[in-house]
Design a protein around this ligand. Structure first.
Ligand code: SAM
Length: 325
């Protein structure tokens, strides 16, 4: 399956729920969001049908996200069925890690390959401030459980936010010195719902990189091709790698082949634009399997080239928590 710009679409990110057990300042607006009633979210059988459709159209990699995907009931069963879907070669999970201490092992058995854990700081007080009340020791316990379960390589995603954690990038980067982890620094993306905050808070990758190098030494490039959204580097003698995801200052739209499915059954055509294709309504109105497949394929073909953050066009309709990253 390709889009109108010829980009091959092999990667589908599925938001399993719009609920989350954290309330990160850049992800959820200060006054909260209106969670959708559960019957307006994709049920297990609907979700699995869409995975089959996607796989038949050429999707090979599934990433499960949220909200927080680990709060979805039946997560382990869903992973098992997705794993058994012909064509699906890789399943990853993006999570805040809070529930991994008990879920990592059963998820690995069910067929999950890898996890990305979001962790913006190792400092307990700052973590509580960014997440509006979370406990960082639960995340580190979750990471240890994921590693023990073989969900490797462990990737740590840190959104860098001015005034919250821009100095914590050094201790996060230092994790790679003796651990074979990928620690990736993400520029905060402005969504209208958290707009003023996000605009003022963006720390460009260049600045993060300089801070890491000043403290820990020069970083050597590993992959700057742009095939992966993260440009990757290594600290001198480090076991793991550093990644910089520069969505704002150095977008990678030209090589983006990602599709996203929201928990309420919309195919989101670009993370940072509001264009979506409704799959839930035709599903519930009794469209045939082949008809759904055609809506999916035709929608994916229409993907826009990329975002327009540079022109101050921010996504309006959803907050990040309702898409999944
Ligand atoms: N709850 C899961 C988690 O914490 O990873 C999955 C969903 S969360 C929306 C996915 C990723 O998006 C997290 O790494 C989060 O930090 C990141 N994120 C949320 N809002 C963001 C923003 N405004 N800019 C950049 N990244 C953001």
């Amino acid at each position: 399956m390709r889009d109108q710009y010829g980009r091959e679409l092999t990667d589908l990110r599925i938001s399993l729920t719009d609920r989350c057990n954290l309330r990160c300042v850049y992800c959820m607006p200060a006054d909260g969001i209106h969670f959708r009633p559960l019957d307006e979210l994709l049920a297990d059988d609907e979700l699995l049908l869409l995975v089959r459709v996607a796989a038949e159209l050429g999707v090979r990699k599934i990433r499960l996200t949220g909200g927080e995907p680990t709060v979805r009931p039946n997560l382990v069963d869903l992973v098992r069925t997705i794993h058994a879907t012909p064509g699906i070669e890789d399943i990853a999970l993006t999570t805040n890690g809070l529930l991994l201490d008990r879920l990592a092992a059963p998820l690995a058995v069910a067929g999950l390959n890898r996890v990305n854990v979001s962790l913006d700081t190792l400092d307990a007080a700052k973590f509580a401030a960014i997440t509006r009340g979370g406990r960082v020791d639960q995340v580190t316990a979750g990471i240890a459980a994921a590693e023990a379960a073989g969900l490797v390589p462990i990737k740590i995603n840190a959104v860098v936010v001015r005034g919250f954690n821009e100095d914590d990038v050094v201790s996060l980067a230092a994790l790679t010195l003796d651990r074979p982890w990928d620690v990736r620094f993400i520029e905060m993306m402005p969504f209208s719902t958290v707009g003023d905050f996000a605009e003022a808070g963006v720390v460009k990758s260049e600045e993060t990189m300089a801070k890491v190098e000043a403290a820990l030494g020069p970083i050597a490039p590993i992959d700057l091709s742009g095939d992966d959204p993260a440009r990757t580097y290594r600290l001198p003698g480090a076991a793991g790698r550093l990644g910089f995801i520069s969505t704002v200052s150095n977008p990678f739209c030209a090589k983006c082949g990602r599709l996203r499915l929201t928990a309420d059954g919309r195919l989101r055509l670009c993370l940072l634009r509001d264009d979506e294709v409704d799959l839930l309504t035709p599903l519930r109105k009794g469209a045939s399997y082949e008809e759904i497949k055609e809506v999916f394929r035709a929608g994916a073909f229409r993907r826009p080239f990329g975002h327009a953050l540079a022109e101050q066009m921010y996504p309006q309709a959803r907050a990040m928590i309702q898409i999944g990253g």
